[in-house]
Design a protein around this ligand. Structure first.
Ligand SMILES: [Zn+2]
Length: 287
């Protein structure tokens, strides 16, 4: 769950990515479909019709958001980065019946990123830091699985900060040459003290100060969609507070494990960390 900023990073990598093919834009309101590890599978279910209740869906044990789109119910299914490619199964309950919907997950090769940390204590952890990190991972895991059913959820995000994109989702990361967990978020370089804003409306689920993620805000958008904003310098909201789209949550900084001031933004869908860019109406540009 850690984070990073690729200040040293690799212009060759970025220039190769700049002209990468983009998936076509989704229907208004839905994220772009990407049935890959770290992506979102859009699985059509029953038509929306009077007396036809919203179906319920599960991937494994976790409920999945079912949205209305184009006259159909669609299971907006988050796929964790460690999802094995192959056939997967969504359990759907509708009209008192349960069925199993099979769908394919393809491979995606995410690029590697090498990061140099001057403070090696944030790479080689002491026993006490390791114990703290393990407690925090358990707490974050619990928050990621939070489920609050709402009538609707805004899936058309605004960017939470204005700045240069410095770290895409899914990068396979090496800190001081050592392999660590992949980059499960989206990094935007912003000076300390810049506004960090909610990408969509919701309720503040939690705020905390973590070893890797630093001062962090979780916003619950409903139906298993949650945003996490990390490395803040100041937090201006409290748990339980209702947040409007675009509302200021706090100020950017470099708390936790960060090589420079930036916002690390993660998006969680049915417990899976997924690519935030799929929810942005226009593809992000490196500026
Ligand atoms: Zn990051």
């Amino acid at each position: 769950m850690g984070c990073c900023q690729a200040v040293f990073a690799h212009t060759r990598f970025w220039s190769s990515l700049l002209f990468a093919a983009w998936l076509p834009l989704a229907h208004a309101g839905l994220p772009r479909a990407a049935s890959v590890p770290g992506g979102v599978a859009l699985l059509p279910l029953a038509p929306v019709a009077p007396g036809n209740e919203r179906p319920r869906a599960w991937l494994g044990e976790l409920p999945v958001f079912v949205a209305a789109d184009g006259g159909k119910w669609v299971a907006v299914t988050g796929l964790a980065l460690d999802t094995p490619p192959g056939t997967h199964e969504l359990r759907v309950e509708a009209g008192g019946e349960t069925r199993h919907l099979h769908f394919a997950v393809s491979t995606r090769d995410y690029p590697a990123q090498h990061i140099t940390m001057k403070d090696s204590s944030k790479v080689q952890l002491s026993a006490s830091d390791l114990a703290r990190v393990e407690r925090e991972i358990a707490a974050i895991q619990h928050l990621k699985r939070h489920w609050r059913e709402t009538a609707d959820t805004d899936l058309d995000f605004v960017l939470p900060a204005e700045g240069r994109l410095t770290g895409r989702f899914g990068l396979r990361r090496f800190f001081n040459g050592e392999a660590r967990s992949p980059h499960a978020g989206f990094d935007i370089a912003v000076p300390r003290g810049s506004a960090v804003r909610a990408n969509a409306a919701g309720l503040v689920l939690a705020t905390d100060d973590y070893f890797f993620n630093g001062q962090t805000v979780f916003v619950d958008h409903g139906n298993g969609l949650i945003s996490m904003y990390c490395h803040l310098e100041r937090i201006d909201v409290r748990p339980g507070e209702a947040i409007a789209k675009g509302q200021r949550l706090g100020s950017s900084g470099m708390s936790g494990r960060a090589t420079g001031p930036h916002l690390h933004w993660s998006v969680i869908l049915n417990g899976a960390l997924v690519d935030p860019e799929l929810f942005i109406g226009r593809p992000a540009k490196k500026r």
